[in-house]
Design a protein. Sequence first.
Length: 359
Amino acid sequence: MSAVLAEPPPAGRAPSRGAPVVGVLPDGTAYFAPIGEVLVDGSRVTCHLCGRSFRSVAAHLASHGWTKQQYCEAFGLERGQPLEGDETRKLRSAAFSARLVFEPALRTGSAAGRDRARAGQLARDAAEAARGRPFPEQRRQRSRTGMSASARDRVARANRERADGRLAEQAAVVARRAGYPDIGQLVLDKLAAGQSLATISLGCGLSRDWLSRHLARLDSAAAATASARATELPDARWSPVLARLGFQDIASYLRERHHVQHLSVNAIAREAGVSFHVVKAALRRHGLDTTPHAAKRHAAEQRSCEVAASLGVGSVAEFVEHARAQGRTWRQIAAESGQPQTWLRRHAAGVQADRGARG
């Protein structure tokens, strides 16, 4: 979709009743021709804003209060895209040729323009004006349809090969500088010394995630070793904790504390002597779901079960629903159950929300 105009043009005349609306711009303006396309029927061109056909949409835009630049930006057209039919363009060309003969000012301006074009100044000015401006949808469509699928595959493959070549050259320079025959051997030796990929990258003068992003393309064996080590290294810090608490592995410890005993992540972190984020990462690494406020939620569930048992019902929500159906007020229900009204209302609201989600 085309970019939103900084200052949307004012609305023009009403659209044609017979023209179907194709879409709506972000500012709410309906349009009647596809974005990035100019619909031409013989000598007439369809206006995006109203769906009518004209010999020159450029001349018609004043009735909508739009300029050609605003029109082209809004509907994804090239700035130099003609907005008139072939016959109209030919008539304009013939009229301009005659004016070149009889009007000295036009001849002077035309000669100056040709001189700038020959010197390359027009191309440089156009490139400068287009810098930072997104491509219009019309150009994107042309680039997509301008070459066959096989040609696009060849271009993509050539680009990938060039990128791989540059990457291999950079890796070779890094390895030679560190005294290794190749990047794979460098990574394997550093991993054996207990370093992570991020540490190795920084030590080689690269960005922190350079090896994480590119090692698989440079050396698949080293990348596989690094991937396996990435799981082993974080769990190594848990060995003293597991030995102290009497657990065989970290997964069983986390499952017991978080899912069975309902300890919160912060409580587990305090017990293990690690940070909150280390516990979260370990839960995620071993495929264990994290329950926020696990201790409080478990206590709340236990309270609900105890209250329901004392009332002789399956759940607090069931008790509230039955009492409300009999016409009792919230104050009466609270007095009967011995629980605050707000607590009872939350249980009833939770059941209604669940029903609405299922419905």
